[in-house]
Write a protein of this length. Structure first.
Length: 408
């Protein structure tokens, strides 16, 4: 609470300072053009406001929604949620030296977290150094997660509950990109802090990479003493789309202490593929991701802790109206649909040979209205089927959601 109070006071003082500034000095800081960008550029492709010639630019976004959800006829009634607010602070320290940070309030009333804070040293378009708090480039959503960019209130289940998006780690690495004509190639490679034993020792009683997010010590020490490696290669052709291949892996368990070997080294490996495209005539936007996880689970753990997981999603967004609406020029109304699947335990029971359940399927149609590109109002209906580990008849969930999200 003390930190929150201090931050509120600081923002208030900042607002008083801004009140003395000529509004003509406030200007939007331009970002890279979409034509020459990849998912890896998402941290910079945000609307920032600069003040005069000051080297610091600021921005952010917020998300709020209403929902009514029930599972097998049981519901907690209507709910209002303020999911998150995020602040961006960026600075060009000098030529080819940049700093960018992302501070997130999530849930808005409970936690303040530094999600991204990195220093970039640009040596060459194909070789740049980055160090600090890094968003690991596994798949596309982990780096490109800002709420106003999406047509749905909920984030993809596979990316947030199977993968741990948003997942950030302390570390260092290199990245680069090059483009020629309509083609663009980019890569990233980082060594960062890693996961820990909580991916199998957690309240969920299943293998869960996301459980490691609860451990604040992961920003100061690595349980295994060995870094997590994350790498990605992406290629884009402007009239076709972007394809990304990524890997994240390393030893996760505390296998030794003070030189005494406690266990064998146990690895986790994650492979992901992502793709996005816009169909040229219909302007239909399609984005999809799929990930495979393999974890070395000790034999002493029961089979409810899966050694293999897989899942992903696909979003299809079709603009249907593009015109001035209620005085807002270039407004867009779109129809959208998301399909999701997650299998938290791929395999069969050793004793019976029967399929292990613990899987989920969801379909979510919706409609969105963008009075401007940076602001979205969205309405959706979720229909979800989830089976337990024994494969019993699926629990059925229905949810109606209306939400807003905007950059500022």
């Amino acid at each position: 609470m003390k930190k929150l109070f201090t931050l509120i006071i600081s923002i208030g003082i900042g607002q008083m300072a801004f009140a003395q500034i000529d509004p003509k000095l406030l200007r939007a800081k331009p970002s890279d053009t979409a034509k020459n960008s990849l998912n890896m550029d998402a941290v910079y492709e945000r609307p920032f406001i600069a003040v005069g010639k000051l080297p610091v630019s600021v921005g952010g976004y917020m998300e709020a929604n209403w929902q009514y959800q029930g599972t097998d006829g049981v519901s907690e009634g209507q709910q209002f949620q303020f999911r998150r607010m995020t602040l961006f602070v960026a600075s060009t320290i000098s030529k080819r030296i940049k700093f960018l940070s992302e501070i997130e309030f999530e849930p808005a009333e409970k936690e303040i977290a530094v999600e991204f804070a990195a220093l970039d040293l640009e040596l060459h378009p194909l070789l740049n150094l980055r160090g600090g708090m890094i968003l690991n480039p596994i798949g596309a959503f982990n780096q490109n997660h800002d709420g106003p960019k999406w047509e749905f209130t909920d984030r993809p289940i596979a990316m947030t509950q199977m993968l741990p998006a948003t997942w950030s780690s302390a570390g260092f690495g290199i990245y680069g990109k090059n483009y020629s004509g309509d083609w663009m190639l980019g890569y990233e490679l980082y060594a960062t802090s890693s996961f820990d034993d909580s991916i199998i020792a957690n309240p969920e009683n299943r293998t869960s990479l996301a459980a490691s997010k609860r451990n604040p010590e992961r920003f100061e020490e690595i349980a295994s003493g060995q870094p997590l490696l994350t790498g990605k290669v992406a290629v884009r052709k402007n009239n076709i789309g972007e394809l990304g291949l990524s890997y994240m892996g390393g030893v996760y368990n505390k296998w030794q202490s003070d030189g005494i070997v406690l266990d064998e080294k146990r690895r986790l490996n994650v492979f992901a593929i992502d793709f996005n495209t816009t169909l040229p005539k219909l302007k239909t936007f399609i984005t999809a991701e799929w990930a495979w996880i393999k974890v070395d689970v000790p034999d002493t753990y029961s089979q409810q802790f899966g050694s293999r997981q897989m899942g992903g999603y696909m979003d299809i967004v079709q603009p249907v109206i593009k015109r001035t609406i209620l005085g807002w020029q270039h407004s867009v109304v779109s129809l959208a649909c998301r399909v999701e699947y997650v299998d938290w335990n791929v395999g069969r029971f050793r004793e019976t040979g029967g399929n292990i359940g613990d899987e989920l399927f969801s379909i979510m149609p919706g409609v969105s209205f963008r009075p401007r590109q940076q602001t979205v109002l969205r309405f959706s209906y979720r229909k979800q089927w989830q089976k337990d580990i024994l494969g019993n008849p699926a629990a059925r969930t229905g949810a109606v959601q209306f939400g807003i999200s905007t950059y500022f």
